[in-house]
Design a protein around this ligand. Structure first.
Ligand code: THG
Length: 261
């Protein structure tokens, strides 16, 4: 399971303040703690409130790279944020994210190719988020074909079926699970799959329980990468246990400890 740490995101108040004040300490601490807790990749997002997002992202990228040497996932809704940030990454990064819309694919796939980046692709297109599983698979297939045409290998492609809050759209949860299964049938080898796990529990009271259970359900449907809070120890214990029960780790009584070592 590829673990992408979500905590360096301007959506969090302390991170938003740290970016505004260029306070490196908060960012460096979050980078160290997430990697120590098991993150393989760190997502970096300046948040929707930044007025100079491209500049803020460059600062974040440089600050995080002073602390840790894991790959970064450049996470932004604004196109002009990407190239300056990607150009400063010391190890091949992740682009988070393109969609299946043609103009986005035309913009992001050449960038992924140029920077040897992995790319997360949301199954959304000009018409928005499809409500059916088949709609998600169709867009995923279009993304897969476009990636091949641009010389982006399938190993670098992470399809994201888009996780919506259970509180708002409950029926999307089983559809997402179904979509994860279908994405594995698209090619051989199949593209990776990824979700932003915490989306499912947004504004819900039982946030941690929802995150844990949904993660395990997704893993059972083939999810092989996830954006989550690695500082949530019970969540990480659930992830490690699910890997064990899916026969991805060798059993021993002290498997939690063994995994962390
Ligand atoms: N897919 C992809 N990238 C993504 C997402 C996705 N990036 C952003 C997001 N979704 C994943 N990251 C987060 C980070 C925080 C939260 C959710 C997803 C979150 N924060 C709490 C909240 O809003 O309730 C707490 C905020 C706070 O404490 O201030 O839930 O789906 N590819």
């Amino acid at each position: 399971m590829l673990i992408i740490g979500e905590r360096i995101n301007g959506m969090f108040k302390n991170v938003r303040a740290a970016i505004a004040e260029e306070n490196k300490e908060v960012i460096v601490d979050l980078a160290h703690r997430q990697v120590a807790a098991g993150a393989h990749v760190l997502d970096v997002n300046v948040g929707p409130a930044s007025d100079e997002p491209a500049q803020a992202m460059v600062w974040l990228v440089e600050t995080v790279q002073e602390a840790v040497d894991v790959p970064l996932a450049i996470d932004s809704a604004k196109l002009d944020v990407f190239e300056p940030a990607l150009a400063r990454c010391k190890v091949p990064p992740f682009i988070n994210s393109t969609t299946g819309a043609q103009d986005k694919l035309d913009f992001f796939l050449p960038l992924a190719q140029k920077y040897d980046a992995s790319i997360i692709a949301l199954t959304i297109d000009e018409q928005g988020v499809p409500s059916t599983t088949e709609g998600r698979s169709e867009i995923a297939m279009r993304i897969l074909v476009a990636a091949m045409e641009h010389g982006v290998p399938v190993e670098h492609l992470y399809i994201d079926p888009i996780t919506l809050p259970v509180k708002a759209v409950q029926d999307q949860c089983p559809r997402l699970l179904q979509a994860l299964g279908q994405f594995r049938q698209l090619s051989d080898p199949p593209p990776h799959t990824v979700i932003g796990l915490s989306n499912v529990s947004q504004r819900a009271q039982e946030k941690h329980l929802l995150d844990r259970i949904f993660l395990v359900m997704c893993m059972a449907h083939g999810l092989d990468s996830v954006i989550l809070d690695p500082l949530d120890k019970e969540l990480m214990d659930s992830l490690i246990t699910a890997e064990l029960l899916l026969d991805k780790q060798l059993y021993c009584d002290a498997y939690l400890e063994a995994y962390r070592r």
